[in-house]
Design a binder for this molecule. Structure first.
Ligand SMILES: [Zn+2]
Ligand SMILES: [Zn+2]
Length: 374
């Protein structure tokens, strides 16, 4: 039997025929990048290929890199292998990578969600024989509500805080969740103030031509009375730091898919938890996999063991593969999953608080919460 077009190596997903890697975690010559999150876009590759909306964020995060960008649907040839990017609906600029050669078609989906968020280009199913998928939320208990309903809850909570003279602080990681929150806040309630890490990402996206709602970066000179009239958008790593304590008293809301687990809110010390994720829920994963018409599914990160077993039971040819994906931006990661071993080095990214302390990434919900969802 001929060698498969893609293989799983200790550097990342490799296409020998095309001599390129997808989302490699060790330095390589040619890297095709699904999106700019730290567990997918590592520093140190010679050449990068990514979607054009990832451009400025990649420059901001990785510095001077040699980067070629493409639109969705545009084809790039490498040694006879066709590469084409399709929307993954995960964050702005995120892509599924379709790789084809002599009739063999693979899709590397990176991280994705099927729910439209109004900010990222909506997910598009891509037909293939081999589908490489995440399963961060690959348990039936994860069923996302309509986005409009979540933001109704968020905006009412903000409004009622304001009525009580309480400042509102809402947190989500800086690329993706922050913009999704920003674009769905009801700005008739008040203005949006941002932590520097989020504002840097907003600025990078604006340089890329993305139109975002107005924000004001909080600096040492920003009058606290002004900030109290609005809402603070901060990364999870800012919570519990002296920076945020300056604004007390406030009500703190945390947005994450893990908020669907009992105990998660308490562990995050959040006053309110909102179940909002940039990953597919159970139905989203199942519909995405079905829609590809694939023969084989490879599960990279999340509930890989149980999800693989389930797919095999219902007739797919599924297997787990080892990758370093899933240590997502401080929060969208489950500490008890096999892909999340403590031995690996933390991804580069914005995991530092303003005062340079490491982030509090370890406070994601823990295993005991899983008791009820098996
Ligand atoms: Zn991601
Ligand atoms: Zn990821």
């Amino acid at each position: 039997m001929a060698k498969p077009l893609l293989e799983f190596t200790d550097r990342g997903i490799y296409c020998e025929q095309g001599r390129f890697y997808i989302d490699p975690w060790k330095p390589v010559d040619d890297a095709v990048i699904t999106h700019a999150h730290a567990d997918h876009a590592y520093v140190g590759h010679k050449r990068y290929l990514a979607h054009h909306l990832s451009k400025e964020v990649l420059y901001y995060r990785l510095g001077e890199i040699s980067l070629q960008t493409v639109e969705y649907g545009e084809t790039v040839m490498k040694n006879g292998v066709e590469i084409c990017l399709f929307p993954a609906g995960h964050v702005i600029g995120s892509a599924q990578i379709r790789i084809s050669y002599k009739g063999e078609v693979w899709v590397v989906s990176g991280d994705y969600k099927t729910q439209e968020d109004g900010v990222s280009t909506p997910f598009e199913p891509v037909a293939c024989q081999h589908f490489i998928s995440e399963c961060t939320f690959g348990m039936p208990v994860y069923q996302w509500k309509e986005q409009a309903q979540i933001f109704n809850d968020i905006n009412s909570w903000w409004y009622s805080n304001q009525q009580q003279g309480l400042l509102t602080v809402i947190s989500g990681y800086s690329l993706g969740k922050a913009q999704r929150i920003l674009q769905n806040l009801d700005l008739s309630i008040g203005p949006v103030f941002t932590h520097g890490v989020i504002e840097n990402t907003n600025e990078a996206l604006r340089r890329n031509g993305v139109v975002l709602n107005p924000t004001t970066r909080i600096t040492a000179d920003t009058p606290k009375d002004e900030v109290r009239k609005g809402i603070i958008l901060a990364p999870p790593s800012a919570i519990g730091t002296p920076w945020i304590r300056k604004f007390a008293p406030f009500s703190f809301g945390y947005c994450s898919g893990w908020m669907a687990l009992r105990g998660a809110k308490r562990r995050r010390a959040a006053d309110r938890g909102f179940v909002l994720s940039d990953h597919a829920d159970w139905d989203g994963l199942m519909s995405a996999i079905d829609a590809t018409g694939c023969e084989k599914v490879y599960l990279t990160h999340g509930y890989t063991a149980s999800f693989t077993r389930y797919l095999n039971e219902i007739g797919f040819d599924a297997r787990e593969v080892h990758t370093l994906y899933g240590e997502e931006e401080e929060e969208e990661t489950h500490p008890n999953l096999p892909n999340n071993t403590p031995s690996k080095s933390p991804p580069k990214g914005e995991t530092l608080t303003e005062n340079g302390k490491p982030s509090d990434r370890q406070v994601s919900p823990l295993g005991e919460d899983l008791g009820g969802v098996k």
